[in-house]
Write a protein that binds this ligand. Structure first.
Ligand code: TPP
Length: 271
């Protein structure tokens, strides 16, 4: 399986999961599917065989509200059976809407309260350096989430400790819950701010698998935290959801699900 096929499968699962669970945040989940697909297919040293090894890489999804696509990625990559995804959002199961590590193989840390994943990833990267391990830490944060002060504190700390084994990917879809990030608390010029904090900053099309992988493999950060600003489209892959803030917190009904799946199949088989 290549990353394109992984992304295709994850998009389908995520849509079905939120429809069945009558849950939400599908726009947020679809926004980062291509990033997750490249990370898990081509970059991270994480597999069902090494999830307990000290030398594995660490991945944390800080924007835990988009958990459907992380659960689906892990299932398709064999961390647990795909049929378990039916439990998403069901009472009494571990598959909560916001990401949970309890009882779900492959999830490192429960998230959903924004602003925690990057500080934790920073600690993991520092521990790996102290222990002389090769583990790298990777984290996806939302762009709206970058308004949480804890992220900037973590970046300052990471720069001080020269954590070049830490990669931060910002899902820059420009929307948050209710409106555009720039209408809420402006982030721009984001790259200058990150560079001023001592990071090595790259910008990519967050749906272009070749660009994403090239940025992940870039080794020019030289003692600096790598931050990849991934320009994405919230709801990517389903035209009636794309860039529509209403799909931040909404699930497709059965008819909308059929239309979404048809569109995704069409795109995949045409490519
Ligand atoms: C500490 C905290 N405050 C508020 C929220 C409510 N909340 C959930 S998602 C969200 C917006 C996140 O936007 P962004 O980081 O841009 O992610 P996107 O869904 O657009 O990918 C907010 C404010 C939360 N989960 N945690």
């Amino acid at each position: 399986m290549n990353s394109t096929e992984l992304a295709y499968r994850v998009r389908k699962h995520a849509l079905v999961m939120v429809n069945k669970g009558k849950s939400s945040h599908i726009g947020s989940a679809l926004s980062m599917v291509d990033i997750l697909a490249v990370l898990y297919n081509d970059f991270l040293n994480i597999s069902p065989l090494n999830i307990a090894s000290d030398d594995r890489d660490y991945f944390i999804l800080s924007k835990g509200h988009g958990g459907a696509s992380l659960y689906a990625t892990l299932a398709v990559k064999g961390f647990f059976p795909v049929h378990e995804l039916d439990k998403h959002y069901q009472n009494g199961t571990p598959f909560s809407g916001h990401v949970s590590h309890k009882g779900i193989p492959g999830v490192e840390f429960s998230t959903g309260s924004l602003g925690h994943g990057l500080p934790v990833a920073t600690g993991l990267a520092l521990a790996s350096k102290i222990d002389n391990r090769n583990s790298r830490a990777c984290v996806i944060v939302g762009d709206g989430e970058m308004m949480e002060g804890s992220n900037w504190e973590a970046l300052m700390f990471a720069a001080h400790h020269k954590l070049d084994n830490l990669t931060v990917i910002i899902d820059r879809n420009r929307l948050q819950s209710f409106t555009d990030t720039e209408n809420t608390v402006a982030l721009e010029p984001l790259d200058s701010k990150l560079n001023a904090f001592g990071c090595y900053c790259l910008e990519v099309d967050g749906h272009d698998h070749v660009e994403i992988l090239k940025a992940l493999n870039n080794k020019d950060n030289d003692g600096r935290v790598k931050v990849i600003i991934a320009n994405t489209i919230k709801g990517k892959g389903v035209s009636y959801m794309e860039n529509k803030v209403v799909w931040h917190y909404k699930f497709p009904d059965d008819e909308q699900l059929r239309a979404a799946l048809n569109e995704i199949d069409g795109d995949f088989y045409a490519s």
